[in-house]
Design a protein around this ligand. Structure first.
Ligand code: ZN
Ligand code: ZN
Length: 266
């Protein structure tokens, strides 16, 4: 059985298709998924998905790309983290990819928001779901300054170098691989995946984005996470069952450590 550690089932492309998506997940032997929150306004929707559906959990946080979104506070995030089936803080992090004519120095609002998430995760004892794009040095620096390793978590949809992976692992974080691993031009990332120890690997779809080959360009769903697992199995020269088992165990250890281990999709 597979677990999708990062998907956006609250997105407009997917939110209206949950029964159909869950049926596809059953058929693909994907029994669990973590629904990621990107704004405080979206939280109610992803939280309802988690509460209403066995095998689903959710996070609480504000994505670094959501610039005009309501700002979270440490206390506010801690309060959300206490609700049923909320198992992580995020997604949070830094994204300097679209600076829109600004300098990195102008992105202090993003760094401050990231610090708020790290402080909240430490306060509530929940792991962080981290998004980092074109900003790995600052992401690692802020995690060190704020002792983010105390909370732990995952660098999701990893596309950085082996050096960054090593630094994240040293801080105690997990590394999650998405459908990008299956893309033709991702040879360097496959080398990183070969390097990351299996007991720190997670798999994800980042649905509705990043559908793995041969579905690239289509709307992605958690039912496609076995394609990511199959590629990771090929890279590590292991059976796909071993990847499924290890990534599921890692998911439980990281995200379900403080909560009832709700059963899978039935
Ligand atoms: Zn992300
Ligand atoms: Zn995401």
């Amino acid at each position: 059985m597979f677990v999708d550690s990062h998907c956006h089932l609250g997105s407009p492309e997917l939110a209206g298709r949950i029964p159909e998506i869950r049926q596809a997940m059953r058929e693909a032997r994907v029994d669990r998924a973590l629904c990621i929150c990107t704004t405080l306004d979206e939280f109610a929707l992803v939280h309802a998905l988690a509460v209403e559906n066995d095998g689903f959990w959710c996070s609480a946080g504000v994505h670094p790309d959501e610039e005009d979104s309501r700002e979270p506070t440490v206390d506010g995030l801690v309060e959300l983290s206490r609700l049923e089936k909320v198992v992580a803080i995020g997604e949070t992090g830094l994204d300097y990819y679209r600076l829109a004519g600004r300098e990195v120095a102008d992105m202090e609002w993003q760094r401050e928001r990231f610090r708020v998430h790290i402080r909240a995760a430490r306060a509530c004892g929940r792991p962080l779901v981290i998004h980092t794009r074109s900003a790995s040095a600052d992401t690692l620096r802020l995690l060190r300054e704020e002792q983010g390793g105390d909370a732990g978590g995952v660098f999701h949809c990893f596309t950085e170098t082996a050096e960054v992976a090593r630094a994240a692992l040293d801080l105690g974080f997990h590394i999650s691989f998405s459908g990008i691993l299956t893309f033709k031009n991702a040879a360097e990332l496959r080398d990183v995946a070969a390097f990351v120890p299996l007991d720190r690997c997670l798999i994800e779809t980042d649905s509705p984005y990043l559908a793995p080959m041969p579905l690239r360009g289509k709307v992605n769903t958690p039912a496609n996470v076995p394609l990511v697992a199959a590629k990771l199995a090929e890279i590590k020269a292991l059976a796909v069952e071993e990847i499924a088992a290890a990534t599921s165990t890692n998911f439980e250890r990281l995200f379900l450590r403080n909560v009832p281990r709700d059963s899978a999709i039935s």
